[in-house]
Design a binder for this molecule. Sequence first.
Ligand code: NAI
Ligand code: MG
Length: 372
Amino acid sequence: MGNYTITVLPGDGIGPEVTEQAILVLDAIASRYQHTFTYHKRLVGVAAIEAEGEAISDESLALCRQSDAILFGAVGGRSDYAGRDKVKPEQALFKLRKGLQFFANLRPVKPLKNLLSASSIKPEILQGTDLLVVRELTGGLYYGHLEPPVPGKPSEIRQTEHGTEAIDTLLYTEAEIERILRVAFEVARDRQKKVTSVDKANVLSSSVLWRQVANRVAAEYPDVAFEHLLVDACAMHLIRKPTSFDVIVTENLFGDILTDEASMLAGSMGMLPSASLGTQKTAHGRLGLYEPIHGSAPDIAGQGKANPIAAILSAAMLLHYSLGLKDEAFAIEAAVAKTIEEGYRTEDLREAGATIINTQQMGQKIAAAVLK
Ligand code: NAI
Ligand code: MG
């Protein structure tokens, strides 16, 4: 029976469509468990650029900082978006991640048992998969292009006497590596107690440091099994034997690529939620930003085809990590599983024998299942 404030940033394309369904499900939770959720909705992405001249306003950022959690849809326009060379909609994400120091991106991958046949991987390989990728989100090759430039981290295309060249910098400090490793070991303690640290230590100095720090942190968690894996081998094992993983922790770019690969284990981009966490505490837990891993999908926007489950499961993560409402989070996951079990699917999961419903109907089915 608590009062909670959630900043909602629906964004562009299917962002508002799926976020609306996540709110419908949160409202069902509020009603079942007697909570009060107050939503503050703000523009972000293309919508904000067109109305306010920037991808996210300072006022919206301040509001995010003061709330208990942030529910995010997706940003980005069509590739022919006229503003692409000026203000980029993605700047909203960079500003949020960097500004609020959301350094830990948690991406759980747990294919539903009734959806095993929806994946491009064989059901017998998927059976029992339940892994969590912990992706470092504020360092590595990213953010080098920010203004003003990060000292010692060049990222540019430049002219030299030998022709044009381009450079990005993969920079990690010991402190950045240590804090993300700690997140991985802490969450592993609530799971199967196994951490796989993924790097490219055979060629990258940043990975050699990563490995040293990982070994040091691992020694503090003797109850958690620990292994190193090179990123190329990890990419292979993810589809060869996904059940061999519990928690995978890795740097920013490796995490980005590995999670797009891992999303296919769950059957669709429309199934995978995420949480981005930092150090800022709120009255109920940690401030976090919750969003589906997919983008604004302009190809299906406005047609009722978007699968809202990734957004709905992101709302479940919000309840768990920022509001400390674990039973409520579980109630959402159970409602999603039940709705899928009953045979309801959005277009992206079309299968023989399934009942195809639209975005709004899927939200309504899941909200109704929460209330049952
Ligand atoms: P996307 O993730 O938007 O779409 C990829 C494919 O998956 C499309 O065919 C789309 O129809 C499908 N898809 C995605 N989400 C779905 C859902 N919930 N239900 C059913 N089908 C779904 O990636 P894309 O097309 O590469 O990018 C579109 C825009 O989104 C770009 O502007 C990109 O920059 C942006 N983007 C934004 C992200 C964010 O806000 N965090 C993340 C990724 C991309
Ligand atoms: Mg990606």
